[in-house]
Design a protein around this ligand. Structure first.
Ligand code: GCW
Length: 735
């Protein structure tokens, strides 16, 4: 302070006042943000932050002690989750007791693990192994709540459900609910490579640290298992379907076994993607012919080795004769021959084969979307009992919108598992806010009409349509080593909704979004409603700014980043946007009616008629099935071209609206998450505008038509958009 003139009392006084004011402001800010402390997203929807005092007080009177066994690893996990969750939510540690000594005991267990539960003689037949029942009861004259199941894992699921009731501010005084999974295998498919990269992964490197496994079992593996168990996911395929054969070497199997050990208490089985030619690459054989006795013996011995290390190993996932992967057709055998050979090796141990139907190699020249059906439908009835055919939701490839895959309902004698993509390869990668609940729900609720009205895809998936007990749903994971797991907070909702719909495919995407928002952010209705609305509209926004009215696959070549509708570069025609949109001076769209590729004929007649008819086809599938002139009159009265421009523009406007919604909610969210979402929405807007402008510029270069009045021209020339090129795009080029 040398050299500064001494200040008088008055100055000191004002400075003091100022400091006090600043201090008070800071204090106020801290108090306001009390519920909104900075968060990095690591805790997902299992945050367990203290509930508002009044609410916590009510809950505390209903939950005063925990009576829970801790003999098996699953029981230990369940008890510790409840202590952690309730302790956090209620703001005080919950005492563990042996018997209900006062009102408010939370009693958990199975009739075997808990004498108190056994004494209630509950009817739990319908619950199966994984279901649970939560009920308010009276025990020893005291009000109590029970969480009961037939098996420890059901109790764990029930515990997470109970926590969710509190997390989402539901009443718990008079509970009587029971639930069980409608689908048997609820599986995440990780496209993780052994070198730590993730194909189509946008959340950093793989979470599996293969290098340090099996010695180092990162705590994160347990948190991964907790998160999955909380939504009922019970399986994980650890490695990419473009599989490295090394995963089947003993060294790697030991690593896999370590992960299986961590996951086991949480009811999660591990599965592996296998390369069909592994008997050659790992086994040193000359062939991988599935009918060769040596090859069959090799798979059997390999399966025996795996089950010695991992007694509850789930099975294999196989991508064969697809996109360059080896397969049975290399030896003149069918997909069924291939699948059954592996299935025979796993069957003695109770394992399954999930054989992917995503193939389009058999007849180049045939409409790509028809090939999988052509190839697999004739094999109905030919697959072994422990084979599931894994079918993508749509016939093409995880586009922003596709009609349902016609294989659903078309193979009644085959167990079909549905594959959805959670990672947003075609939906803006990590940064775009696109909630996939509506996409999944649209796919599941589609009516295949294969057994009359009401033969929905969901009924194929849950097995009720054709009476299958072995059923499944698989989601390509969006999980990586990023601190927030999924590359953004809102991407976590897609992991969440996948798990919830795999548990019960008839749940509503909106209800699930609401649960997630309450658990992830806040129970304040003033926040919940607008955020859920924003999420529910987000997928349609993306469809509009990327591929409206049934367009598909206009993304950048190979890496799939941004628009490249002009791309015709090969090496295969059916990898290029021009193949899919077929725009020319006269019109646009892919004629898949009888005058074109006749893909409509793969659907049940009433659906085929609807899709084939210009009068009946819903606008959203128009250009998927029809090639129509640019001046075609839409139902709205606009021409197709005008309507296309309007859809693109709506998409961009919807993102602007999302930005407005988010900025109006600043006060409800901690700064860290608020700012990331805001920044990502800015990226989304920029890229949505780019999508709109690039596509309009390109299509306009083909049809020469003016834009409808009031619609802004693209910001740049087509030449400019074509000049953009991208290197090192995340998630690309691992195979
Ligand atoms: O969508 C495509 C992806 C490939 C992927 C393939 C598949 C794993 O671009 O990266 O490969 O689908 O599902 O097999």
């Amino acid at each position: 302070m040398g050299g500064t003139a001494p200040r008088g009392d008055a100055t000191r006084w004002t400075t003091g006042l100022r400091l006090l004011a600043v201090g008070l402001l800071l204090l106020a800010a801290c108090l306001c943000a009390g519920h909104a402390r900075a968060e990095d997203g690591y805790d997902l929807w299992l945050r367990y932050h203290p509930l508002p005092a009044a609410q916590a007080g009510t809950y505390r009177s209903h939950v005063t002690q925990l009576i829970a066994g801790a003999t098996t690893p699953t029981q230990v996990a369940t008890r510790s989750e409840l202590l952690r969750g309730l302790g956090g939510l209620l703001g005080q540690a919950l005492p563990v007791a042996d018997t209900a000594s006062r009102d408010g005991a939370l009693i958990i267990g199975t009739p075997v693990s808990s004498p108190l539960i056994a004494g209630l003689h509950l009817d739990m037949r319908a619950l199966g192994r994984e279901g649970y029942l939560i009920r308010s009861v009276v025990v020893n004259g005291h009000a109590a709540t029970i969480i009961a199941g037939n098996d420890d894992i059901g109790v764990l699921y029930g515990a997470f459900r109970f926590l969710r009731l509190l997390q989402t501010a539901q009443p718990i005084a008079r509970l009587d609910l029971r639930d069980w999974p409608r689908v048997k295998l609820r599986v995440l498919d990780h496209w993780d490579n052994l070198n730590g990269s993730v194909e189509r992964g946008y959340a950093g490197a793989s979470i599996w640290d293969w290098w340090k496994l099996p010695d180092w079992r990162a705590p994160r593996y347990t948190d991964y298992a907790r998160a999955n168990a909380s939504i009922g996911i019970n399986g994980a395929v650890l490695n990419n379907v473009n599989a490295d054969p090394l995963i089947l070497t003993h060294k790697y199997l030991e690593k896999v076994a370590a992960l299986a050990d961590v996951f086991r208490p949480y009811g999660i089985r591990v599965y592996l993607s296998v390369r069909f030619s592994a008997p050659i690459e790992v086994g040193g054989l000359k062939t991988a012919d599935p009918l060769d006795p040596q090859v069959r013996r090799w798979w059997r011995t390999k399966a025996d080795e795996i089950y010695k290390l991992i007694p509850d190993f789930g099975g294999f996932l196989v991508k064969a004769n697809s996109e360059g992967q080896p397969g049975p057709q290399d030896y003149g055998r069918t997909h069924a021959d291939g699948a059954n050979a592996l299935a025979a090796a796993l069957a003695p141990h109770g394992g399954v084969v999930m054989w992917r139907a995503f193939v389009y190699a058999n007849k180049p020249g045939t409409d790509r979307i028809k090939q999988s059906y052509n190839e697999f439908k004739p094999l109905d009835g030919k697959f072994a009992a422990n084979v599931l055919l894994q079918v993508k939701n749509g016939p093409l490839d995880f586009q922003p919108r596709e009609p349902f895959n016609p294989l659903f309902g078309a193979m009644p004698k085959t167990r079909l598992i549905m594959e959805l993509q959670i990672t947003k390869e075609y939906l803006g990668f990590a940064t775009h806010l696109v909630y996939l609940g509506p996409l999944y729900q649209e796919a599941l609720s589609a009516d295949t009409m294969t057994r009359g009205k009401g033969s929905t895809v969901a009924k194929v998936v849950d097995g009720t349509l054709d009476g299958h007990a072995l059923t499944g749903m698989a989601g390509v994971a969006n999980i990586g080593a990023d601190r927030d797991w999924c590359g953004s907070v809102f991407n976590q909702a897609n992991w969440y909704v996948f798990g919830r719909l795999a548990w019960n495919p008839t749940l509503s995407a909106r209800a699930i979004a609401e649960e997630w928002v309450r658990m992830t952010f806040s129970n304040d209705d003033a926040f919940v409603k607008p955020v859920v609305d924003m999420m529910m509209g987000s997928r349609e926004a993306a469809v509009n700014y990327m591929t409206p009215l049934g367009l598909a696959h206009l993304m950048g070549h190979g890496h799939h980043y941004g628009p490249e509708p002009w791309d015709a570069s090969g090496p295969r025609a059916d990898w290029t946007p021009v193949y899919f949109h077929r725009a020319d001076y006269a019109g646009i769209g892919f004629d898949r009616t009888a005058t074109g590729s006749d893909a409509v004929a793969q659907y049940a007649p009433p659906v085929a008629r609807e899709f084939a008819s210009l009068q009946q086809i819903p606008d959203k599938y128009l250009l998927w099935f029809h090639h129509v002139p640019w001046d075609y009159r839409m139902r709205s009265g606009h021409t197709l071209w005008d309507e296309l421009v309007m859809h693109y523009t709506h998409g961009v406007d919807a993102v602007k609206q999302m930005q407005r919604t988010w900025s109006s909610l600043k006060g409800y969210v901690d700064d860290e998450r608020y700012r990331q979402v805001a920044a990502f929405l800015a990226i989304q807007l920029h890229e949505a505008q780019w999508w709109r402008d690039a596509c309009i510029a390109y299509f306009q270069s083909i049809n020469g038509l003016p834009l409808p009045v009031g619609y802004a021209p693209p910001a740049h020339s087509l030449k400019y958009y074509k000049s953009l090129s991208f290197k090192d795009v995340p998630g690309y080029s691992s195979w």
